[in-house]
Design a protein. Structure first.
Lengths: 114, 185
């Protein structure tokens, strides 16, 4: 029974990998004009998350029988990962934006008045 | 080892895995930020070979399956055989990755060329290091199963399984983000 579970998981993960690879390959074969870039990014990321779910359920057996502490720590790690990645991208994009803009304030050195 | 002890061991290892995830999250974040910082050199779309990496992915997925099957195998001989298959596939994966790295460095695209390549080698290399150490661990567990039997090694087998599945998950994200999306966007 568990053997079939592992094999099912393997076939599903192979399927998802082929789908995202095929999607990107088709997109590049059509000179990057198959679908919009943001849609492609979203689809590939969505497929990666499906793959993550397949791996968690079929290989790591995360599910109803898991201990609460295992699930809670997993959720906490998920939040931290999202904060680290999205937060870094956000802050760095902001810094880059500020670099490109002309300085808005007064840039002449101020001499002390008193 | 009694049940309570086993539960503690699994939980401790689970926490280690989750903190390792945070290490990879930081490496992913730096890759995402530095992806365009190519120092006027070639970017990911010119340097990365997608079909080659697709083969690497399939090899790692198959290795993952064999580790899973080894966890549910009943007798010593089949456990060791399945682990051996997983180990061979893991080493093939490492060989392919080493070839990719060697080609890049030989063509003058080493990690010191640009911030993009530093973060690329940092992220993919850290994963490769994990696979290399995991392979070493797998050899040790195989020896343990062979000398002590399956029942005595059940905790070690399960921890090794968690580690290997975790590496597979990290690789899926490297494949999707570092290879597929970098090449396509």
């Amino acid at each position: 029974m568990t053997t079939t579970r592992y094999i099912t998981g393997f076939i599903l993960s192979l399927l998802v990998t082929c789908m995202s690879f095929g999607l990107v390959w088709a997109h590049m074969a059509k000179d990057h004009a198959l679908i919009s870039h943001s849609l492609l990014a979203m689809l590939v990321l969505a497929l990666a998350i499906v793959q993550l779910a397949v791996q968690l359920i079929y290989f790591l057996h995360v599910g109803r029988e898991s201990k609460t502490r295992d699930i809670l720590s997993l959720i906490l790690a998920g939040f931290l990962i999202v904060f680290i990645v999205i937060g870094s991208l956000w802050i760095m994009a902001n810094l880059q934006l500020n670099h490109g803009l002309p300085y808005q304030g007064d840039i002449t050195p101020q001499t002390a008045t008193n | 080892m009694n049940k309570a002890w086993q539960d503690k061991t699994y939980f401790g290892f689970w926490l280690y895995i989750l903190s390792d995830c945070l290490l990879f999250a930081a490496l992913f974040a730096s890759y995402a930020v530095l992806r365009t910082a190519t120092a006027a050199g070639p970017g990911p779309e010119e340097l990365l070979n997608l079909p080659f990496v697709f083969v690497e992915t399939v090899v790692l997925l198959a290795s993952n399956l064999f580790v899973g099957l080894a966890l549910v195998a009943k007798n010593k001989k089949s456990v060791v055989t399945l682990l051996l298959a997983a180990l061979v596939l893991g080493l093939v994966f490492l060989g392919l990755e080493a070839r990719e790295f060697a080609t890049l460095i030989a063509e003058g695209h080493g990690p010191s060329t640009s911030a993009f390549l530093s973060s690329f080698f940092g992220l993919v290399g850290t994963h490769g290091l994990h696979v290399a150490l995991g392979s070493l661990w797998m050899i040790v567990v195989m020896a343990h199963v062979w000398t002590r039997g399956v029942h005595e090694s059940s905790t070690k087998l399960r921890l090794l399984g968690i580690f290997w599945h975790f590496l597979d998950i990290v690789w899926i994200f490297i494949f999707s983000v570092v290879y597929l999306l970098s090449a396509a966007l």
